[in-house]
Write a protein that binds this ligand. Structure first.
Ligand SMILES: Cc1ncc(COP(=O)(O)O)c(C=O)c1O
Length: 393
């Protein structure tokens, strides 16, 4: 199978696996144990913290490991909500991941007012509306994703963070689709809190991290043995932490070497083959702001749900952005926010590459996508009944 769904998850890098294995066997000790073997494991965890910190330009003391990216987002938002005093407004965007939106909905049930700022047709945040939102009375905090998981569009985080700072509003970013794919540096963009997830950049699933700017208060979500400096109790997932550290080091080397340009070239190559061989293909999202690995295209007169079934049969895995609700395909909240017609949204496909994607794979995938689109267009004018299809986020 050709895997073009790296925004959903990525393969564990072989060097990451090799770094992890000892901690699943011989080095099985608890990092909190005081004897020498335990202290050695603790030192390895701290080295991994340094590696993760380095990837985002942070100090290791500002990094706390969590059980996944969703937990990282939850931990920050509930902490901020718990310490906001009289302030009851939360500013966010319409295109956030469910790991932000569902938390906001839950907080709304507890009396918070959620102000979701929109995006333009290219999928980028409306900064003027953001400015107004963060300057409203009683804002508790603001949260904006760095890169969108569906479209790959990189948000104006620096500007949005700057506006929040001027308004004296704490700022969090869900950088889960950005870290490892584009330069994310907490010195350049002075965010207060930032979420990371390992499985989006070749570490295993089930490991995440939160960056908390030094000096800021943080209320832990999990209390217990006081691991992670009390921020997140629970015996550490040592092997995965080591894996995330190694993956961070690998991605940093790659970003330093070419800024992910190699992946970007392959993505552009895929796009150009599809454009050359098919009529009625449109790019979704502002091309100049796309993460290098993501390609989001609308194939006119072609239902994405049907396309996915055919592509699965032809050996290509990717995602589509519509969910079947009460028998009708419904555009995702991101495509709705971008103002897409249902037709365009329901004919859109996300292809996401990784450092493991090869030129040969791109050529073969492009051939199969062209074949599937042509076949679908020749049958029922491109329609057809598909399964329930939704992005794997
Ligand atoms: C933007 C974004 N935020 C949060 C998450 C959740 O991360 P995790 O799968 O590690 O819980 C994902 C991935 O699914 C994502 O793409």
């Amino acid at each position: 199978m050709i895997y073009l769904d790296s925004n959903a998850t990525t393969r564990v890098h072989p060097d990451v696996l090799a770094a992890m294995l000892p901690y699943l066997s011989d080095e099985c000790y608890n990092p909190s144990s005081g004897y020498r073997a335990g202290r050695k494991v603790k030192a390895a965890v701290e080295a991994a913290r340094e590696q993760v910190a380095r990837l985002i330009g942070a100090d290791a003391r500002e990094i706390y490991f969590t059980g996944c990216g969703t937990e990282a987002n939850n931990a920050v938002l509930y902490s901020l909500a718990g310490m906001c005093g009289e302030n009851r407004r939360i500013v966010t965007s319409e295109i956030e991941h469910s790991a932000i939106l569902r938390v906001c909905e839950h907080l709304a049930e507890r009396g918070f007012v959620i102000d979701k700022v929109g995006v333009d047709a290219g999928g980028r945040l409306d900064l003027e509306a953001w400015d107004r939102a963060v300057n409203a009375d009683g804002v508790a905090f603001a949260t904006l994703m760095w890169a969108n998981n569906e479209t790959g569009i990189i948000q104006p985080v620096e500007e949005a963070c700057g506006l929040a700072r001027v308004a004296k509003v704490p700022f969090h970013t869900d950088a889960i689709q950005a870290v490892g794919k584009t330069v994310v540096n907490v010195d350049d963009v002075a965010v207060d809190f930032l979420s990371i997830s390992g499985h989006k950049f070749h570490a295993p699933k089930g490991i995440g991290a939160v960056y908390v700017r030094s000096g800021l208060r943080f209320e832990p979500m999990l209390r217990g043995g006081g691991q992670e400096s009390g921020f997140r109790s629970g015996t550490e997932n040592v092997a995965s932490i080591i894996g995330m550290g190694k993956a961070a080091e690998i991605m940093q080397e790659k970003l330093d070497a070419d800024g992910h340009a190699g992946v970007g070239e392959l993505r552009d190559y895929l796009e150009s083959i599809l454009m050359e061989n098919l009529e009625g293909v449109e790019v979704n999202g502002a091309v100049e702001y796309r993460a290098a690995n993501t390609l989001h295209l609308a194939f006119e007169h072609c239902e994405a749900s049907g396309l996915l079934i055919l592509l699965d049969e032809y050996g290509v895995a990717c995602s589509a952005g519509s969910a079947c609700m009460t028998g009708k395909q419904q555009p995702s909240h991101v495509q709705k926010a971008m103002g897409f017609s249902s037709e365009r949204a329901n004919s859109s496909l996300r292809m996401s590459l990784s450092i493991f994607t090869t030129k040969e794979e791109v050529e073969e995938a492009a051939k199969q996508i062209v074949r599937a689109v042509k076949k679908l267009r020749s049958v029922q004018g491109g329609g057809g009944v598909g399964p329930v299809v939704i992005y794997t986020e």
